[in-house]
Design a binder for this molecule. Structure first.
Ligand SMILES: Nc1ncnc2c1ncn2[C@@H]1O[C@H](COP(=O)(O)OP(=O)(O)O)[C@@H](O)[C@H]1O
Ligand SMILES: [Mg+2]
Length: 246
């Protein structure tokens, strides 16, 4: 079942054609690995889906409806989340504060809004219970194990009922142990029916978690196939241009 379909998306920055007639389909619960050399257009594609940039031509269907996200909050409110490097948690905040970051709950007392800590702790506890995690809402993230950090990141996507998670180089600048955690996080999201686009330069990561591989070269899509029908050698050749398309 297609949750997202990009139809003939093009994007120019002045004379630069960052994307040329790109079609891309994403199914529910599917992980698509998006690869390509620097400047191939990967981040631009993600930013168009996330409402950061608008395409010059083409259309986006989300749940079979045409959408036009003019700003990131529109995409986010529709269930499209972007996760940047290292799960992007704030170490100095509690688990609950991370989950509710920029979506804090308030209560009014004589018309004056106060942060509703009790409600945020309660909702966070409920999310951790659902995830069967021992993570405690009041604990600071900097004191947490990798598994607990992951639970916080997943709880955040559950809170917003994310349907699509876009990851731009989430494993670029982290340790081997953390990479394993991020890959595990991707599998857990997928198991909950969330669709994922993973941008990464790390071939083993992409091959480990993706169902499909899409390769961009100079703004054009040059491959889109099941991961089991491809190989790291083929993808490298596609990225460099040694192989025109596959
Ligand atoms: N905000 C921008 N303004 C101008 N040019 C941009 C901008 N963002 C990206 N580009 C250009 O678009 C092309 C694709 O960039 P990008 O999507 O960042 O590639 P990738 O993520 O694959 O490395 C590059 O030529 C880049 O210089
Ligand atoms: Mg990029």
């Amino acid at each position: 079942m297609s949750i997202l379909a990009l139809k003939s998306i093009s994007k120019n920055f002045g004379a630069i054609e960052a994307l040329k007639n790109v079609n891309l389909n994403l199914d529910k619960g599917q992980v698509v690995g998006l690869m390509g050399d620097n400047g191939a257009g990967k981040s631009t594609l993600i930013k168009i889906i996330a409402g950061v940039f608008q395409a010059n031509t083409g259309e986006i269907l989300y749940n079979d409806q045409q959408v036009n996200f003019s700003k990131p909050i529109d995409a986010r409110n529709s269930g499209i989340e972007v996760v940047y490097q290292d799960l992007a948690l704030c170490d100095n905040l509690t688990a609950a504060a991370n989950i509710f970051l920029s979506r804090e709950l308030f209560k009014k007392f004589f018309y004056i809004p106060f942060l509703n800590y009790k409600k945020m702790y309660d909702v966070s506890q409920g999310l951790f219970d659902e995830l069967k995690s021992e993570t405690r809402p009041r604990d600071e993230v900097k004191l947490m194990s990798g598994g607990q950090r992951q639970a916080v990141a997943i709880a955040r996507t559950k809170l917003t009922e994310a349907k699509i998670v876009l990851m731009d180089e989430p494993t670029a600048a982290i340790s081997v142990r953390q990479v394993a955690e991020v890959l595990d996080y991707i599998r857990q999201l997928r198991d909950q029916g969330i669709s994922i686009i993973l941008i990464s330069h790390r071939m083993p990561d992409v091959f480990e978690v993706s169902d499909r591989i899409v390769v961009l070269r100079r703004g054009s899509k040059v491959a889109d196939k099941k991961i089991s029908n491809s190989s790291p050698e083929e993808v490298t050749a596609l990225i460099t241009g040694a192989l025109q398309s596959a």
